[in-house]
Design a protein around this ligand. Structure first.
Ligand code: CU
Length: 130
C-alpha cells in the first residue's frame, strides 16, 4: 500500500512524465530555409518544420493551408499563389510561389503533425531582393 507521501510523489511524477510526452501545438518551429531570396515569379520557397523539444525535423506533416503575402511590408492584400512541390529532405516542405517585388513576404502555414491533436500554425518571413 502507498503511504500518503509516496502517492503524492507518484502523482507528481506521473503528471511530469505526461506533460513531457505530450507535445503541444506550440512545440513546433517553422523556419525559412533561405530567409533571403531573389525576387521573381515561380520561385521555390522551402520551409523547415522542427520539433523544438527534440530538435528533430518533422516529416510527414500534412500541410492543409498556406498563404503568402507582403503583410510585413504593409501589403497584406498583395497575396501570391502557392503550390506544393515535392519535398527533397525530411521535414522540409517546398512550395512554388511568386515574389514579384523586392521586400518582405510572410508565409503562413497550418499543418497537421502525426500524433499531435492540435493544428500547428506558424509563419516564416523571407526577404526578396533584386
Ligand atoms: Cu508588395
Amino acid at each position: 500500500m502507498l503511504s500518503k507521501f509516496s502517492a503524492a510523489a507518484l502523482a507528481a511524477t506521473l503528471s511530469l512524465a505526461a506533460s513531457a510526452a505530450i507535445a503541444g501545438a506550440g512545440d513546433y518551429a517553422f523556419e525559412a530555409v533561405n530567409p533571403q531570396m531573389k525576387k521573381g515569379d515561380d520561385v521555390t520557397l522551402s520551409v523547415r518544420l522542427t520539433n523544438k523539444q527534440t530538435g528533430k525535423p518533422v516529416a510527414d506533416a500534412v500541410i492543409f493551408k498556406t498563404r503568402v503575402d507582403m503583410a510585413p511590408d504593409g501589403m497584406a492584400e498583395m497575396e501570391s499563389a502557392v503550390a506544393p512541390l515535392p519535398s527533397k529532405e525530411p521535414g522540409v516542405y517546398a512550395f512554388r510561389t511568386d515574389l514579384p517585388m523586392a521586400g518582405r513576404y510572410q508565409m503562413t502555414l497550418s499543418v497537421k503533425v502525426q500524433g499531435e491533436p492540435e493544428t500547428v500554425t506558424g509563419n516564416v518571413i523571407v526577404t526578396a531582393i533584386k
